[in-house]
Design a protein around this ligand. Structure first.
Ligand SMILES: C[S@@+](CC[C@H](N)C(=O)[O-])C[C@H]1O[C@@H](n2cnc3c(N)ncnc32)[C@H](O)[C@@H]1O
Length: 236
């Protein structure tokens, strides 16, 4: 039978799952990540959950296709159907940053320091990093992956102390050595420059405060680019 290959995004997550983990995949959909981890004998326990029945049906179908047993399937919103002692490693991937933050907010046990959280926002990574920074989480490491031409951050998070600046919320907390870090910063800079140009065209009085905020973030992102270039210049 053919080998199951993961896309770069899911492969990065898989690489960071500790060996022998009690693993829960939230918003599992096709369940490719948990099925791959079970096939590769990386887990001692596995839960795959989703909010909706149809994705969970797909998840079961993937497990059947690859002849994998032992995955417990749960239909639930976020972590509402998972008890803290059932998993030491939780992946929440392929959802928007706001949605991931909302899921964590409703499960405060995720910041107890005993759980590894592997988070991969598709959008609004800055909202997620801001939430983590303000709510007792620490990003231990972060990596960028390129999938179908789009850059996605993957984060390894646990409970702890971390204070991110607004620039770090946008540009990443730990990407100064990442090969794709400069490209990521350029994308953020272009997006914020566009947003700023839009605000400058408008007339609303509260635009001025937001425009000042964006300028400050842009200034920080420019210096983060300098730091990246220095860290990645030959000889460093
Ligand atoms: C794009 S898929 C991501 C699948 C897989 N995790 C990945 O990264 O490739 C997003 C899945 O998250 C599920 N989802 C969205 N909000 C959720 C929530 N609050 N709780 C659980 N699952 C959720 C959706 O039903 C959908 O199946």
């Amino acid at each position: 039978m053919k080998r199951l290959e993961l896309t770069p995004r899911l492969r990065q997550l898989a690489d960071w799952v500790p060996d022998g983990a009690a693993f829960a995949d939230i918003g599992t959909d096709h369940a490719l990540l948990p099925v791959w981890l079970v096939l590769n004998r990386r887990l001692r326990g596995c839960i795959a959950s989703d909010l909706r029945p149809e994705p969970l049906r797909r998840a079961r179908a993937t497990a059947k296709l690859w002849d994998v047993s032992g995955i417990r399937f749960r239909l639930c919103d976020g972590l509402s159907g998972i008890r803290p002692e059932e998993a030491d490693t939780v992946a929440i991937a392929g959802l928007g940053g706001e949605n991931i933050a909302a899921i964590l907010r409703k499960a405060p046990w995720t910041r107890d320091g005993a759980h590894t959280l592997l988070l991969q926002p598709m959008t609004r990574a800055e909202t997620l990093r801001g939430f983590l920074s303000e709510n007792g989480y620490a990003i231990r490491r972060e990596a960028l992956v390129r999938e179908r031409g789009i850059l996605y951050p993957v984060m390894d998070v646990t409970g702890g102390e971390m204070r991110l600046t607004p620039g770090q919320c946008y540009g990443g907390a730990a990407l100064s050595r990442d090969a794709l870090g400069d490209r990521y910063l350029i994308e953020k800079i272009l997006r914020l420059q566009n947003a700023l140009a839009g605000l400058n065209r408008g007339r609303a009085s509260d635009n001025a405060a937001r425009a000042d905020e964006l300028r400050d973030i842009l200034t920080e992102l420019y210096s983060m680019r300098e730091v990246w270039r220095h860290a990645n210049s030959p000889g460093n």
